[in-house]
Design a protein around this ligand. Structure first.
Ligand code: GAP
Length: 436
């Protein structure tokens, strides 16, 4: 059962997944810090994306471009002019709202007054700063609102140095910034967030086929990592929703506690970006096809996902409660590739004769798996603590271990326990977990 919103937010704070940014100063709205457990899940989500989109493929390479780019990039891409959301202000309480997200376009959700909105203004979402000591128009730069443009402006460098032939993709994971009018729903919509984007360059006549391929492939990525297919759907954008660069977009949506909402957009960006950058920079960004002796602008299919938003969705989807022996057990049924820890090592007692060999075992297993060693409190409570954060296996080192050189391995989901001899433990774990 997916968690309700407050349950998951409270668990995130209590167990150290996510904290409010600048909390000791009262908190900065719409920015969040990832604690040890949240950082681990976020990193695992990004690693899984990178493995499936770059490492396991022969046709995609990865880059890491700067957040700060020439202002001309955002003039060429169209963001300076049209990367806007429609904003209205309430004359009664001065609250500002994003018009397209209001349930009632005539009523202020903050004070409830009707008919008090000002005329709609187009509000540009890019965050600005200045490079160097002088704050002038000449040294104005934007914090990138998408990682994609860092790929387009490096297209020719990457293609040439890696000797790439169509079709091929360039991927990147990194921070993006948007001055959202109405951030909210915890880490779902923030002003600083992380994206996982890939620009797939192909022949224009093949773009429809690649669009279908990436839609399917990206949907499968979520289900392969354990997301319930019933909580996922693909929604095609209506023409009036399309971004300025898109000839067709479909979103992978998740059934969030407040309703269906976007996890990822797959867009057919055509040759819009390369053409724009070629025109504004004066560089020839056309692709040369040697066999046909022709030059043309490749078309681009872009799967663009949010790393922070996706992490949130995986947590919601994994959350479960069940009754065991009359007590409620909370269990995060996260895939072992995403769970913050794959293992917990639990010496049955605090006595050095158990803690010392358990520590040695934990230190050895740490070289392959991420694990936590927990020594305090009754074993039942320790199991519950690990269940709540999604640790797939707990290894208990008990007094019998001293004689039989074996440990008890407990499965998070079934709660079944196996006695495993220490010399077979590596093989036992290798069958069930992938090394990090
Ligand atoms: N390059 C295309 C692009 O940026 P987008 O649909 O605006 O497309 C892609 O963003 C993904 O980035 C979204 O599907 C979402 O997961 C994530 N994202 C966008 N704005 C966000 C925000 N304010 N907070 C968290 N994630 C966001």
């Amino acid at each position: 059962m997916p968690a309700d919103f407050d349950t998951i937010v409270n668990l995130s704070k209590r167990r150290g997944f996510v904290f409010q940014s600048s909390e000791i100063y009262g908190g900065l709205r719409s920015a969040y810090d990832y604690g040890p457990l949240g950082n681990a899940v976020l990193r695992n989500v990004k690693n899984q994306w990178w493995k499936s989109m770059v490492q396991y493929r022969s046709d995609v390479v990865g880059i890491d471009s700067a957040i700060l780019q020439s202002r001309q990039v955002w003039q060429a891409s169209g963001h300076e002019e049209v990367f806007t959301d429609p904003m209205v202000e309430c004359r009664n309480c001065n609250a500002r709202h994003r018009l397209d997200k209001l349930d009632n376009a005539d009523q202020c959700p903050t004070c409830g007054m009707k008919g008090q909105f000002t005329e709609t203004k187009q509000f540009n979402l890019m965050l600005r700063t200045h490079l160097g000591p002088v704050e002038s128009d000449e040294n104005l730069v934007y914090l990138r609102p998408e990682t994609a443009q860092g790929i387009f402006i490096n297209y020719e460098n990457v293609r040439r140095t890696q000797r790439l032939r169509l079709p091929f993709g360039i991927a990147q994971i990194g921070k993006s910034f948007r001055n959202e009018i109405t951030p909210g729903q915890f880490v779902f919509r923030t002003r600083e967030f992380e994206q996982m984007e890939m620009e797939f360059f192909c022949r224009p006549e093949e773009s429809a086929q690649w669009y279908d391929y990436w839609l399917r492939t990206r949907h499968e990525w979520y289900t392969d990592l354990g997301m319930d297919p019933e909580h996922l759907r693909i929604r095609t954008h209506a023409d009036d929703e399309l971004s300025h660069y898109s000839a067709g977009t479909a979103d992978v949506e998740y059934a969030f506690p407040w309703g269906w909402d976007e996890l990822e957009g797959i867009a057919n960006r055509t040759d819009f970006d390369l053409k724009q950058h070629a025109e504004h920079s004066g560089e020839d960004l056309r692709y040369y096809d040697q066999e046909a002796d022709e030059r043309f602008f490749p078309h681009v299919i872009e799967p663009a996902a949010g790393a922070t938003r996706t992490t949130f969705a995986f947590l919601i989807d994994a959350y479960d409660e069940e009754t065991v022996n009359g007590e409620t057990r909370t269990v995060m049924r996260l895939d072992h590739r995403l769970a913050p820890y794959q293992l917990a090592v639990l010496p049955l007692s605090k006595k050095p004769e158990l803690v010392e060999p358990a520590t040695q075992l934990a230190d050895r297993l740490r070289r392959t798996y991420e694990l936590e060693m927990d020594v305090t409190q009754a074993i039942g409570r320790r199991y519950r603590r690990q269940d709540e954060i999604g640790t797939p296996y707990c290894i208990t080192y008990d007094f019998d271990s001293l004689d039989d050189s074996a440990v008890t391995v407990r499965d998070r989901d079934s709660m079944e326990q196996d006695r495993v001899s220490l010399d077979q433990l590596d093989g036992y774990l290798a069958e069930r977990l992938s090394p990090r």
